[in-house]
Ligand binder design. Structure first.
Ligand code: URA
Length: 235
């Protein structure tokens, strides 16, 4: 990989900036000042340092975002802010995209990455990675509703959903419930409740696989997902 591309890929400096840093002798390859910004390095083998600090190379980045309401889960939108607009410069990289979408009014855990293979693995319907949500519903939940979710709800357009778990967390006139689904159809949870004659008033994704949304993230905040946490997603 070219040295300047390496720096750009890690969000450390633009290609133009790398030229300057090389001139100033601030970048070293295996302890020797870099010759030029377009020299070839092998990220997994060479030790690259910048200003005396060794850079640990990451091929891909994985970000946990607590999506607020009103933000769309796409990479571009002419009208609304997108989830990518919420990524701070130090985590931003070319090629980031959300691995799985939430509706504009749904809040919570969105995973953003530049790793297409990983996204494919967690989104593939064959993998059935569970996604856990909390929701407030406009009407009380019956044992029949719970059984229907367990067996697989048939949506109004005839689509049959896979089995899902529905649990009442707080009984009320507008109960708080938890739902676990194993696929990701368009507006799935809203349509599942609609098929039961109910309406979702609030929806939040709290978990992907076994990885929970970090309680310390306020709406709109994000952080990098650690390597050991990545395994929890696919467990
Ligand atoms: N189900 C929905 O209806 N909306 C979402 O955003 C996610 C799951």
């Amino acid at each position: 990989m070219r040295l300047d591309k390496f720096f750009a890929s890690q969000s450390l400096a633009s290609r133009k900036e790398v030229k300057e840093l090389v001139k100033k002798g601030l970048i070293k390859i295996n302890g020797i000042p870099a010759r030029s910004s377009d020299m070839t390095i092998i990220p997994d083998r060479d030790m690259i340092s910048f200003n005396g600090k060794t850079i640990s190379y990451k091929e891909h980045i994985y970000i946990m975002l607590n999506k607020p309401q009103g933000v769309v889960s796409s990479t571009e939108d002419n009208l609304h802010a997108t989830v990518l607009d919420l990524i701070p410069p130090e985590l931003f990289r070319k090629g980031l995209f959300p691995a799985g979408r939430l509706d504009k009014d749904t809040v919570g855990f969105v995973l953003i990455t530049d790793d297409g293979d990983f996204a494919h693995r967690i989104l593939s319907p064959k993998k059935h990675v569970p996604k856990t949500y909390e929701a407030i519903i406009n009407n009380s939940i019956s044992q029949e509703d719970i059984a229907a979710f367990r067996e697989g709800v048939q949506l109004k357009d005839g689509t049959l959903c896979l089995h899902a778990e529905l649990k009442i967390l707080k009984p009320d006139v507008q109960p708080l419930v938890q739902i676990v689904i194993h696929e990701g159809k368009y507006h799935q949870i809203k349509r599942m409740f609609e098929a039961r004659g109910k309406r979702v008033l609030f929806l939040k994704r709290i978990k992907i696989g076994n990885l929970s949304l970090d309680d310390n993230l306020a709406p709109g905040e994000c952080r990098e997902i650690l390597h050991k946490e990545l395994n929890q997603i696919l467990e």
